[in-house]
Design a protein around this ligand. Structure first.
Ligand SMILES: Cc1ncc(COP(=O)(O)O)c(C=O)c1O
Length: 493
């Protein structure tokens, strides 16, 4: 195996030389990955894991090697790769989005998008969604409530936080007559309040589907209405497609396209799957915004952004998405997986909501379906147990109770079945344990609540192994009823 150090030494060296804020997956029992192929990752012992959390994985090594043998340099020299890639990329987008700026990471792309937006009309303020994450640069931590709410940073005056358009746990839910309008009105009110204190809106930024925020799909019509308000205020609409772009939703290449042809953002940022693990990212915008940026007189130069090797890699990724019909695969496997998960929802009261499109799916785990109480500790427990069963998943969202599924786009129906079988087994045992706990709590005259310590899965079972805690009882108490969630008004593809 391709190891320099034993797992223990790797851990020790990481502890000594890598910043302690750089977290690893499964911190209580980290996993060492030495190679990967398609949707499978292999640890140092050769054990295979099904990858349900990484973005697109495509075969691009040959393209990179070929170009590296020839030349890699910066984008101040004329080269065909950058123009060919920009041409191919623009062809996937609506016509008015035709000007590209290349960067090396999603964070750089969002930072540049903010500069473009601010230069456009000279406005400064930014409206962002609650729980959003847009990158690790200082300029992006400022507009990422997911981060600044956790750290010691305070919200800057020029940042305005709008409620996440979450129809499952948000302010306006699926039983509201028009959640899209209600959430968009919140943005309108923010703009009015900013104006009344003399501030001007440069941009509204949102992921087309919020990922770290808990796999949220905004209600149909929301983005159109928000764009209207923002444009009227002289601002621009930035769609962050860093996680959700490049065909993941299946039917469309870009997630914002699900909202209809009458919605076109002014700026789109992209990254992650763009280079299949190779660091490349991009900002695409309109001629008008690009010209305003140019009029400042300041040159945009990025040593590695758009270099010949990155663009060769990017072209290979586009070819593979097309040649291997990965968008169709995302539709087919995504629908099949959603169907399997909905069957699990009918069986497991802990599954409060299944939401998703294509290969972007969230499983919202709850302790109580009616109250939608987030099952935070349980979700941590589930991802560790899934890992023991060779499936890699993560839990995210403001309560860290949403299992995030965004596997490589070559994910198959067999992979979906394997993943769901493991989840079924783990939830079955977990629900039995929870019921035991619930019953012991209610018998003491307490409210019907499961008693689990927060965060640490290891504490959750009090050291008991899941395999040794089978209980014959499947009876549910009143509060943890199997009542189905209300149907929600969501985007249909
Ligand atoms: C939605 C979104 N935007 C931007 C970024 C930042 O991208 P990067 O980590 O490549 O800088 C991320 C990274 O997780 C992201 O999820």
């Amino acid at each position: 195996m391709c190891e320099l150090y034993s797992k223990q030494d790797t851990l020790a060296l990481r502890g000594k030389h890598i910043g302690p804020s750089c977290k690893v997956f499964f911190a209580a029992d980290p996993i060492k990955i030495v190679r990967a192929q398609g949707q499978y990752m292999f640890d140092e012992k050769g054990d295979r894991y099904l990858d349900c959390i990484n973005n697109v994985a495509h075969e691009v090594v040959k393209a990179a090697l070929k170009q590296m043998e020839l030349l890699n340099t910066n984008s101040r020299f004329l080269h065909d790769n950058i123009v060919e890639y920009a041409r191919r990329l623009s062809a996937t987008l609506p016509e008015k989005l035709s000007v590209c700026y290349f960067t090396n990471s999603g964070s750089e792309a969002n930072d540049l998008a903010l500069r473009l937006a601010r230069q456009f009309r000279g406005h400064q303020d930014v409206i962002t969604l609650d729980h959003a994450y847009h990158g690790h640069l200082s300029s992006l931590i400022e507009i990422s409530p997911y981060k600044f709410r956790k750290g010691k940073d305070v919200k800057e005056e020029f940042v305005h936080v709008a409620p996440t358009p979450d129809t499952y746990r948000g302010k306006y839910r699926e039983d509201h007559a028009d959640p899209a309008m209600a959430y968009a009105d919140e943005v309108k009110e923010i703009i009015e309040a900013a104006h009344s204190s003399g501030r001007k809106i440069a941009a509204f930024i949102a992921e087309s589907m919020q990922s770290c925020g808990g796999q949220i799909i905004p209600p149909a019509g929301y983005f159109q209405k928000v764009a209207e308000h923002v444009h009227r205020a002289g601002g621009v609409f930035i769609a962050d497609e860093v996680q959700v772009g490049f065909g993941r939703v299946g039917k469309y290449f870009w997630s914002f396209q699900m909202h209809g042809e009458d919605f076109v953002p002014d700026i789109v940022t992209m990254g992650k799957p763009m280079g299949n693990g190779h660091p490349m990212a991009c900002v695409v915008t309109t001629k008008e915004i690009a010209e305003a940026f140019n009029s400042s007189g300041m040159e945009y130069f990025n040593t590695y952004g758009g270099n010949p090797v990155s663009c060769a890699v990017g072209l290979a990724v586009l070819n593979i998405i097309e040649n291997e019909n990965l968008q169709e695969n995302a539709v087919q496997v995504g629908n099949y997986l959603t169907e399997l998960l909905n069957k699990q929802k009918a069986k497991h009261p802990m599954i409060g909501d299944i939401r998703g499109i294509g290969l972007f799916i969230g499983i919202d785990l709850v302790k109580d379906r009616e109250k939608r109480t987030p099952a935070t500790a349980e979700a941590q427990h589930v991802i560790y147990k899934m890992k023991e069963n060779q499936v890699l998943l993560s839990a995210d969202g403001p309560h860290r109770n949403v299992l995030k599924i965004k596997p490589p786009m070559c994910f198959t129906e067999e992979d979906a079945e394997f993943m769901v079988d493991q989840l079924d087994r783990i939830l079955t045992v977990l629900e039995e344990i929870m019921q035991v706990k619930t019953e012991s709590v209610t018998s003491e005259g307490m409210p019907c609540k499961t008693k689990v310590p927060k965060e640490e899965h290891v504490e959750f079972l009090g050291g008991r192994s899941i395999e040794s805690t089978e209980s014959p009882s499947k009876k549910r108490n009143g509060l943890c009823s199997d009542q189905r969630a209300l149907p929600s008004k969501r985007l249909k593809t």
